[in-house]
Each structure stands twice: as C-alpha cells, then as structure tokens.
Design a protein around this ligand. Structure first.
Ligand code: GRF
Length: 249
C-alpha cells in the first residue's frame, strides 16, 4: 500500500525502486562465519549464498588473524569482515558483534581457536564446525590442518572424510550433523588427502548450513535435525550429488 501510494504520487521511476524495496524478500538466516586462514570453505558458502533461493545470508565474517586470506574473500563479496582478538577469548566482545549484526547462526570454517563457553551457550545448537576427518575419529585438541591427515595416514585407515557438527564446549565433540566419506589412496600424502577432503568440504558445508537454516526458518529447533553420529552413508561416493545424502531435511 505504501509503495502503491508513493507510486501514484511520484510516477513510474519510483515503481522500479519501490518494487525492489517493498516486495517481500526471500527470508534468509543471518550467518556469521569465523575463520583463521585461507577461507576456501567461506568461499564455498559465499558462492552458495549468491543463489537467489539460498536460505542463508553471510552477514558477517570474523577472523582472529588480520592476515587471513578469508578476510579478502569476504570484502570482495561485500560482507562485513572484522578482526577480533588473536586468541578469540573475548567472549563479551564476540557476543556484542554477533548481536549487533543480528546473527542467528554461527559457522566455524577453518577457525582455529576455541570458542568461549559463554558464546557456545548463547548459540547452543546454532553453531556449526567443519572438520576434515570422520569424527569422532581424528578429532580433539591439537587435531587441525595437516596433523589430521597425517594421523589418518599413520593409522592405516582406508577411509577419511569431512564432518559438520554442532559446537559444544569440547573440541570436535558436538553432535554430528553431516558426514561425507573420502577414500584414502595408496601413496597418499597429507597434501593429496587434504585436497581430496577439502573438495568434499566445499560441497558438504553449504549443504549442511542450508539444511540448518531451513530448520531455523521453519521455527523448529535445529537440534531436532541431528542423530548423534549415526548419519553416515558410506556407499555414496563423493562425486555424486549431495541431494540424497546424509543431511536430514
Ligand atoms: C578445512 O580443512 C577445515 O575443515 C579445517 O580447516 C581447513 C580450512 O580451510 N577446519 P579453508 O580456510 O576453508 O580453506
């Protein structure tokens, strides 16, 4: 009504402007992404959220490192990108930023610091992390980056993968949302395995975030989505689309 009245008063040029302003926008969940490094998973999220039907909007990127490549990716995408304290332990400051930006869901995408308990509690069941192995194996304190893949290779495991899980007060411990298996090949190095897992992460994380956002938009608790550690479909190969995979609707 307001737009229609203004259109009558101001004429056709306003029509274009007001339609853009007043047409009901697709509802999106405001997501903050916490990063420490290169940000290829952030890029996968930004790319997924460029689609008009995406349920998530990357509304804020926070890094504990000022030199993180992820910050540049965020700025290129015109997303507010801020540097927080290097240890990431300023809970009040972090909460203030998340609140100020109206954040509804937090995603840790290559974020190397422990999130303070008060922030975890404020975003209980609304904070996701991606880990480059099949949790609960090869997770926990000190298990990040290259070390994860070295441990997988040293164990002789034939299968690794990627896991998206809820964040709780312990490293790599919260309930598992989604997993995707990746074969370990003879002769793999930490680098070749990491690259194979990372390619899967770039599919799995956006799919898991979107599934979670759908639950948020539906007004149901995302915690209702998850089955503790049991969502695992080893027969599905990583090259196949994720539509029929292990992310619950
Ligand atoms: C990914 O392998 C992620 O699982 C781990 O750190 C890596 C981050 O890579 N937590 P990027 O910064 O997203 O490129």
């Amino acid at each position: 009504m307001v737009g229609g009245r203004l259109e009558g008063i101001l004429g056709a040029p306003w029509l274009f402007v007001h339609r853009r302003w007043y047409l009901p926008a697709v509802s999106r969940v405001r997501v903050a992404v916490l990063v420490s490094g290169h940000g290829s998973n952030l890029q996968a999220l930004l790319d997924a959220c460029a689609a008009s039907d995406c349920e998530a909007e990357i509304a804020l990127v926070l890094s504990n490192r000022g030199d993180a490549g992820a910050l540049e990716r965020a700025r290129t995408a015109r997303v507010p990108a801020l540097v927080i304290d290097r240890d990431g332990q300023d809970a009040a400051g972090l909460l203030a930023l998340l609140t100020r930006h109206g954040i509804q869901l937090v995603v840790l995408a290559g974020y190397l610091k422990k999130v303070p308990d008060a922030v975890v509690a404020a975003f209980r069941d609304r904070m996701l992390n991606i880990h480059p192995a099949l949790l609960p194996a090869f997770g926990g304190p000190g298990m990040y980056g290259r070390r994860v893949h070295e441990a997988v290779l040293a164990s002789g495991a034939r299968l690794s993968g990627a896991t998206v899980h809820l964040v709780d007060e312990q490293y790599d411990h919260g309930r598992i949302v989604a997993q995707w298996p990746v074969p370990v090949h003879p002769g793999d190095t930490a680098e070749t395995l990491a690259a194979r897992v990372l390619a899967v992460e770039h599919q799995l994380l956006p799919a898991a975030v979107r599934a979670c956002c759908r639950q948020v938009l539906a007004g149901s608790s995302p915690s209702g989505l998850y089955v503790a550690g049991e969502r695992f479909v080893p027969s599905v190969q990583p090259s196949q689309p994720l539509d029929h995979a292990l992310i619950p609707e």
